[in-house]
Write a protein of this length. Structure first.
Length: 296
């Protein structure tokens, strides 16, 4: 997926046209962002994806190669265009995003099954909902079959099948997605704690709720814990949640000796470093990460 990002003084009202201050094009897509973050931290990664047979698709494949990501199971289609995300970012770094799934919507369970060779050797498998839910479900079930830790970043938010909950080791969502999954309003930490418990009750043994400047709430069964956000000068929050998920996957796969508490704490720090620059993958600068968190 390609990100088309417009920077504006404020987000426009319905029916309003406003002047922007800058436009950039970059590489995005939740799965791609998460994979790139994990790869830049030092993990061996692979993508299972479908792209349009167009300029955006070919440049995305090259971007995967540039980030040392295995593309053996990335396919191109001429049926539809590559996916795009139209992103608007205000001066406070807040964003609104419209995605057009394009080729993502054609990724099928058969495509996932074709990637058995790479899935069977994975330590961590991450899925999102930018592809059909039944495709993510097959991937999660295969991950479980081959003893990988399965992570679902349930975004964009939609109601999940119970089979999905049953196939997930770690469910990771933001406040908006938590509201969709629980029917609860999630504005502050106390509401977030209740939502985390409600999502755990649906089946996943671990639930992570990212809450932007309020930090991260998570539970692995004993209680709901809180990691405050690191104080930084926010420029653009786009892709911070994906950086968190990618960092979490890196630590789980490459440093299994770390406690889950430490994994969450380190992932939150890495996500915080990405909001200090514009763009999505372009903000994933490992050089900004404190050396003690890299552990390559």
């Amino acid at each position: 997926m390609v990100d088309l990002v417009s920077y504006v003084p404020r987000l426009p009202k319905p029916g309003e046209t406003i002047h922007g201050t800058q436009f950039i094009k970059g590489f995005g897509g939740k799965g791609a962002n998460q994979c790139v973050m994990a790869a830049r931290l030092g993990a061996k990664t692979a993508m299972v994806a479908k792209l349009g047979n167009d300029t955006f698709g070919h440049s995305t494949v090259q971007n995967f190669h540039d980030n040392n990501i295995d593309c053996d199971y990335v396919t191109l289609t001429s049926e539809v265009s590559s996916g795009v995300a139209a992103i608007t970012v205000n001066e406070q770094g807040e964003n609104s995003i419209v995605i057009v799934s394009g080729a993502n919507s054609l990724l099928s369970p058969a495509d996932v099954e074709h990637a058995t060779d790479v899935i069977c050797g994975a330590k961590v498998l991450i899925c999102q909902l930018e592809v059909p839910m039944e495709t993510s479900l097959v991937a999660l079930q295969m991950g479980r079959q081959y003893k990988a830790t399965t992570i679902l970043n349930a975004a964009p938010g939609k109601v999940l099948l119970q089979e999905v909950y049953d196939s997930v080791d770690i469910l990771c969502v933001n406040e908006t997605e938590a509201e969709i999954l629980t029917g609860m309003v999630v504005l502050g930490l106390e509401q977030g704690r209740v939502a985390v418990e409600a999502m755990r009750a649906k089946g996943p043994p671990r639930v992570v709720l990212t809450m932007g400047e309020q930090g991260v709430l998570y539970s692995d069964g004993a209680s709901v814990k809180h990691v405050p956000a690191m104080k930084v000068d926010v420029v653009d929050t786009t892709g911070a949640g994906d950086a968190f998920v990618g960092a979490m996957a890196f630590y789980l796969a490459c440093h299994p000796h770390l406690s889950f508490d430490e994994v969450i704490k380190r992932s939150a720090v890495i996500a915080s470093t990405t909001v200090t620059a514009k763009g999505t993958q372009s903000s994933y600068c490992v050089s900004k990460v404190p050396q003690e968190y890299l552990m390559k």
